[in-house]
Design a protein around this ligand. Structure first.
Ligand SMILES: Cc1cc2nc3c(=O)[nH]c(=O)nc-3n(C[C@H](O)[C@H](O)[C@H](O)COP(=O)(O)OP(=O)(O)OC[C@H]3O[C@@H](n4cnc5c(N)ncnc54)[C@H](O)[C@@H]3O)c2cc1C
Length: 512
């Protein structure tokens, strides 16, 4: 017999975990939560220091981009969680709401609900700054946020002191405005362990609700329709196809998979679908388009004069958001970011000294203007998708990146780091011309892991979802995850994804 739910949530990642938990608070609402992966079984997931080591394991979708002409024709690895908790089981745990001005394009796209002020109650609803309560923070939500104090590495402290000496303001944390300045990262860690969004929202008590069914190991092939209404989905479990029906389908499969599921279901650009051998059911030209991501140069690496003490947090301890034209500016959304990693962090193919002998300053652009696209490689889930982020395609991105690298080096060469700095290893003392810096950036730029925008939300005709996050042209299908972000915020996006989910869940009962 076909299973039937009032609401079927596809993907138990950051957004899907929060939505399934909130919707199932109403005991009369039968919620199905479908996830391709399984419950996390690898103890390394919980260890904050192992987040870089767990990529590529069997719970990683392990996507790869097409070769990127502006990053030395490199193919970039894109890890994504295939596990209950999704990418929040792989992420680096930094919790950054974003700068309030980051949400101005969201408000333009979808109205006041998507402004910073409109989202603020939902950021706060998700947050538990239990040990650091403040009126500007959420204090009683499921998602713990810690502000590390004594655990911060002495190298990260010296890097922040260098930033301050250059004029960057000191800020208390990344989540009470302004965002610009120096602070250790706020982190989703509880009792020394990673707190994935599933750990926070899908507690054993929530999973025990009689009206919530978690179907893990179910990979969605496509949505099935009666005209403009979804009847349900076709899933594959243990190589067997199974239909699951629902009154409403909510795609929370993430910025890569949500547009792919829509396109496999015949929702997309007719020509792109035809090339992949898919019949077009509803024309929606921007499905998979508007792909945005942050890049970080890995990295401006320094050999240390003395052994680097191992990180007591998650290696990458302090993101520093700045205005490149005036690093002292405390207001307005920043255009560059630096980061301090208390370990050598070099892109593939670049020299990386031994662990414990070096540290790294990362740099990148907060609001890249290059836009990429995701396309299906064929009609089924087994066809490898074509992921083309168009990295560094615009001159703005390349010039701003170069400026970010110059400022990273100013910080790295500052006397506040003299106690630690021996020699610069990457890009190295010989790299001083703009051409040399550009060449280094092309070889060093790597994803900061924030792909988004591929099912853009907006009131205009070409947007994929409307401001209620309903897929245009369909009556009962919604996308609620990183895909709907119209323009990438300054920082890591997990906090914003959870706030999107909280906001949508609060409005869901009113959406027929
Ligand atoms: C290595 C790494 C480091 C990061 N670091 C940070 C950080 O420090 N701070 C931060 O804020 N953000 C960080 N991010 C980004 C952040 O984790 C993501 O933006 C966020 O988790 C996205 O949430 P989502 O709900 O959109 O998608 P996901 O969390 O990826 O969830 C999608 C879910 O859908 C499932 N799914 C996909 N396709 C199907 C299908 N066909 N059938 C069934 N299920 C399916 C997936 O298995 C997954 O569980 C990082 C990400 C990575 C990978």
């Amino acid at each position: 017999m076909t299973r039937h739910f009032d609401v079927l949530v596809v993907g138990a990642g950051s957004a899907g975990s929060a939505i399934a938990s909130r919707l199932s608070e109403d005991a009369t609402c039968r919620v199905g939560l479908i996830e391709a992966g399984h419950m996390p079984a690898d103890p390394d997931i919980a260890d904050p220091l192992k987040w870089t080591q767990i990529q590529g394991r069997d719970y990683d979708w392990a996507y790869r981009t097409t070769p990127q002409p502006f990053t030395a024709n490199r193919v970039h690895e894109w890890p994504r969680g295939k596990v209950v908790g999704g990418s929040s089981c792989l992420h680096a745990m930094a919790y950054v709401r974003g700068h309030p001005d980051d949400f101005v394009p969201w408000e333009k796209a979808g109205g006041a609900r998507w402004s910073y002020e409109g989202l603020l109650p939902y950021f706060k609803r998700s947050e538990a700054f239990a040990a650091f309560p403040a009126a500007s923070r959420g204090n009683t939500g499921p998602l713990d946020v810690i502000l590390p104090e004594e655990a911060v590495s002495p190298i990260a402290r010296a890097y922040m002191a260098a930033g301050n000496a250059l004029g960057a303001p000191k800020i208390s944390d990344h989540n009470t405005s302004p965002l610009n300045g120096t602070t250790p990262n706020s982190l989703n860690i509880r009792d020394g362990r990673r707190l994935s969004v599933a750990d926070a929202y899908l507690t054993p008590e929530v999973l025990a609700r009689r009206n919530l069914t978690l179907l893990n190991g179910y990979e969605i092939e496509r949505i099935e329709f009666n005209g403009t209404r979804a009847a349900g989905v076709l899933a594959v479990v243990d190589r067997i196809a199974e239909r699951v029906s629902a009154d409403r389908v909510v795609l929370c499969a993430g910025a890569i998979s949500s547009p792919l599921i829509l396109m496999r279901s015949g929702i997309g650009d007719p020509e792109a679908l035809r090339s992949a051998g898919i019949h077009c059911h509803i024309e929606s030209r921007e499905v998979g388009a508007n792909l945005q991501d942050h890049l970080l140069a890995l990295g401006n690496v320094y050999r240390s004069k003395k052994p680097v003490p191992p990180s007591r947090l998650q290696h990458s301890e302090s993101l520093m958001y700045l205005h490149s034209k005036d690093v002292t500016r405390a207001y307005g959304s920043p255009d560059i970011v630096l980061g301090c990693v208390v370990a050598p962090s070099a892109a593939e193919g670049l020299e990386a000294p031994a662990y414990g002998s070096a540290y790294t300053i990362l740099c990148g652009v907060t609001h890249p203007t290059s836009r990429g696209r995701i396309l299906p490689g064929g009609p089924t889930r087994s066809d490898t998708p074509i992921i083309d982020p168009h990295y560094l395609e615009t001159e703005y991105d390349r010039l701003t990146f170069r400026t970010a690298l110059k400022i990273a080096r100013e910080v790295g060469h500052h006397s506040a780091l003299a106690e630690w700095r021996d020699v610069e290893i990457q890009p190295g003392p010989a790299a001083h011309t703009d051409a040399a810096l550009d060449d280094f950036i092309a070889r060093a730029a790597s994803t900061h892991h924030h792909p988004c925008g591929t099912c853009r939300m907006g009131g205009d005709d070409n947007a994929v979802v409307d401001p209620s996050l309903r897929v245009k042209g369909l009556e009962n299908v919604f996308v609620v995850d990183a895909s709907i972000i119209p323009q990438i915020p300054s920082g890591p996006i997990n906090a914003a994804v959870v706030a999107i989910a909280e906001s949508w869940a609060a409005s869901a009962p009113s959406l027929a």
